[in-house]
Design a protein around this ligand. Structure first.
Ligand SMILES: Nc1ncnc2c1ncn2[C@@H]1O[C@H](COP(=O)(O)OP(=O)(O)OP(=O)(O)O)[C@@H](O)[C@H]1O
Length: 698
């Protein structure tokens, strides 16, 4: 901001507070005006006065962090998830205590300097009393979520910031922290900041939930939701119960679902007065741990599903991670499998199985299940993107409305427009006489799933964007717009971000579709492949009696890299079941690519998990025995600056230490796999070397 702009901002603030002038820019919300008044009248701050950030000293900071260790620990995992969702957008995620002191942060390492310059550092005091109106301090002062966008800030020097802060409360309802996402110098509009605000709010609620569950460990915890698939996920409602069934704590979701006024109004009630459940049933539920039981809310009559977690010493928050499979130990005995009925559609929990990445996806998705936040599903072909989209639709309030899937890659380019937007009678030669409604209109009220969105031609991307922004569609040959109400889910196996850089995909459409991104893992990366194989055999067999798979065939299915993912696995199993003799699947029932060679050769043939998220340069890389040497940049690319060189070295080192396992490398570097692949691409580090891939699989 120029000197003049700074002075103008300060003058505008003072003018408004003193009732003399107009707001500095646009319309200022009442809550911002009230905050500015607090800054001037109560804290005696001057918006123009230069002011160094107030940072607590190292020892005091350590004390503060130690005092909030449990909170910081819980928040870290959630901040990692949120960061993955908004990484690449230049945000700093900040956790502060109830006084606005930053306790921890999650920042893109390349932007650290910029955030430091803006005063967003661990230990800094962002209370309203010190920094004036801002996302953290004003959230604390108002006791609610706030978005402070650019010129809403009181101090002129903060007007490059956009901040979204959400309060975090302890199980007693006391505000103990703020979670904030801030960006410097972004030209995003206030409206596009709303997405970030919604995600920050959800993360703050989830941190509260984890804290609630951890602090309620000495009690029985009753968890409930109207949708059975949400029970025992972080999105459900929870009541902590004393031995005799008295509610000793309730979370906000319980307050909302039971339409109570406050947490306090639930505390002291007997659970048997809230639901039509008796003590005997509670005991039975406690013994079966996590089994679901249908109940009715005795006051409002709503139906819920409940589970009961017994008192425990270890937190039981979310599904535990399954250890990675070992491919070196084939099952020696044939595995017998009892047939099960094939469900018409699978729900989210069934699709996720026991895979941690999939479970994380469900957690992310369940936060926005009933909101209009659009979801972009990325994953390699056949990994289950459409199945996941359908399950998301069925888990939302729109479940009874249409789910309309459009595969942008399958429709000829010349027909996409009429297929999507519909047309009036006689709109073009060859059009049906009665016209066509179009897929967008068909989906109105329900969900529109845009599959292979990366294949949509650029000119139609522009039209689609307009439909999404205005929520109305004009059919071809028509002149009146028709209002639509759409939930948008989209999917792509192509790297959309790279397509944006190449000018093949509109950036504004990308952000409009990508409220959150879910990455579906390739089948070879799933931790629950053995369970999936068993389940497919059980589902696909048409026999009534059990079937079996012998150890050798089973080991081959586990070792094979599955370039076609779940779809390929299903087809291989269908064929094997059709041709196998004596109801036992053996090696000879498998296709040649799985049948030939040793098991080690099969697994060594694995291709890198790059197809979904990135196109990685194939240039060879030289790795010196003493440590990683930097790859030679391909001709025509800009040489690396010293900072990039250091980052490239650190990534190479981490990649080697983690034996080219990209998931572990990303975790070690504290970045998402997507970001890692982007950086590998940027630094021309190839991941296609089969030797490395083989190493990563053991
Ligand atoms: N977790 C799962 N368990 C069982 N079956 C699954 C699972 N995920 C997907 N499937 C099945 O695998 C097949 C492929 O899934 P789907 O069509 O959803 O993949 P996709 O990623 O959308 O594929 P593409 O990229 O080719 O469009 C479908 O028959 C689907 O029902």
């Amino acid at each position: 901001m120029t000197e003049t702009a700074l002075v103008q901002h300060a003058r505008g603030v003072m003018g408004l507070v003193n009732g003399l002038g107009a707001a500095p820019r646009g319309v200022i919300a009442d809550s911002v005006r009230v905050s500015w008044e607090r800054c001037v009248n109560d804290y005696r701050l001057d918006p123009a006065r230069p002011h160094a950030p107030q940072v607590v000293d190292g020892n005091n900071l350590k004390d503060l962090q130690a005092r909030h260790e449990e909170l910081v620990d819980i928040a870290r995992a959630e901040m990692d998830t949120l960061y993955d969702q908004i990484s690449g957008s230049g945000y700093a995620l900040l956790l502060t205590d109830a006084n606005g002191i930053i306790l921890s942060e999650k920042v893109d390492p390349t932007l650290t300097r910029m955030f430091r310059g803006a005063g967003l550092v661990v230990g800094a005091d962002w209370s309203e009393q010190t920094e004036g109106t801002n996302g953290i301090g004003t959230c604390i002062a108002e006791g609610r979520s706030v978005m402070i966008h650019r010129a809403d800030h009181f101090r002129a020097r903060h007007t490059a910031l956009s901040c979204s802060g959400s309060p975090i409360r302890d199980p007693d309802g006391e505000m103990i922290a703020v979670l904030d996402a801030s960006v410097v110098g972004s030209h995003d509009t206030r409206t596009s900041q709303m997405h970030t605000m919604a995600l920050v709010n959800t993360s703050a609620r989830l941190i509260e939930k984890c804290l609630f569950l951890r602090r309620s460990q000495p009690y029985r915890i009753l968890r409930f939701h109207s949708r059975p698939e949400f029970v025992n996920l972080l999105h459900d409602a929870a009541l902590a119960l004393a031995e005799d069934g008295t509610v000793v704590a309730a979370d906000d979701m319980a307050v909302a679902l039971l339409t109570a006024n406050t947490r306090r109004s639930l505390i002291g009630s007997l659970v048997t007065d809230l639901f039509d459940i008796g003590e005997a049933e509670l005991r039975q539920l406690e013994a079966t741990r996590q089994a679901l039981f249908p109940v009715r809310d005795l006051r409002a009559g709503r139906r819920f599903f409940v589970s009961l977690v017994p008192p425990q010493t270890q937190t039981h928050l979310i599904a535990t991670q399954t250890p990675r499979r070992s491919i070196s130990a084939p099952a020696p005995e044939p595995v017998r499998i009892t047939p099960i009925e094939r469900p018409a559609t699978m729900n989210l929990a069934e699709l996720a199985g026991d895979d941690p990445a999939m479970l994380r996806n469900i957690r992310s998705a369940s936060r926005v299940a009933d909101s209009p936040v659009p979801i972009l599903i990325q994953g390699p072909t056949g990994s289950g993107k459409e199945a996941f989209a359908k399950a998301l639709h069925l888990a939302s309030r729109r479940a009874a409305q249409p789910f309309v899937a459009v595969n942008c890659a399958a429709i000829p380019e010349s027909l996409i427009e009429s297929e999507l937007f519909g047309y009036k009678a006689g709109a073009f030669t060859g059009a049906r006489r009665e016209g066509s409604k179009g897929r967008i209109l068909q989906a109105s009220g329900g969900t529109l799933f845009l599959d292979e969105i990366g294949d949509m031609p650029l000119n139609l991307q522009t039209r689609l964007l307009r439909v999404l922004e205005e929520q109305e569609v004009v059919p071809l040959g028509g002149d009146t717009a028709i209002k639509v109400d759409l939930r948008i889910l989209s999917a792509s196996h192509r790297p959309l971000r790279e397509m944006i850089h190449r000018g093949e995909f509109r950036e504004d459409l990308y952000y409009r579709l990508n409220g959150i991104t879910l990455e579906l893992p390739a089948l070879r990366e799933r931790a629950d492949i053995e369970r999936l194989i068993r389940r497919f055999i059980a589902m696909e067999t048409e026999r009534e009696r059990p079937v079996a798979i012998d150890g050798e065939a089973f080991a081959r299915l586990i070792a094979y890299p599955w370039p076609g993912n779940i779809r390929e696995l299903r087809n291989v199993i269908r064929t094997a079941l059709a041709i196998c003799e004596d109801d036992v699947i053996r090696r000879e029932d498998l296709p040649s690519e799985l049948r030939n060679g040793t098991i080690e050769q099969l697994s060594a043939a694995a291709t890198p998990p790059s197809a979904a998220s990135s196109t990685i340069a194939e240039a060879p890389v030289a790795i010196a025995p003493s440590g990683p040497a930097l790859p030679t940049p391909p001709p025509g690319t800009t040489p690396l600056n010293p900072l990039e060189e250091a980052e490239c070295k650190a990534i190479l080192q981490a990649v080697e230490q983690n034996r080219w396992n990209m998931t572990m490398t990303a975790r070690a570097l504290g970045m998402s796999r997507n970001t890692l692949y982007r950086k590998l691409n940027r630094y021309s580090i190839p991941v296609g070397d089969k030797r490395h891939d083989k190493l990563s699989r053991h």
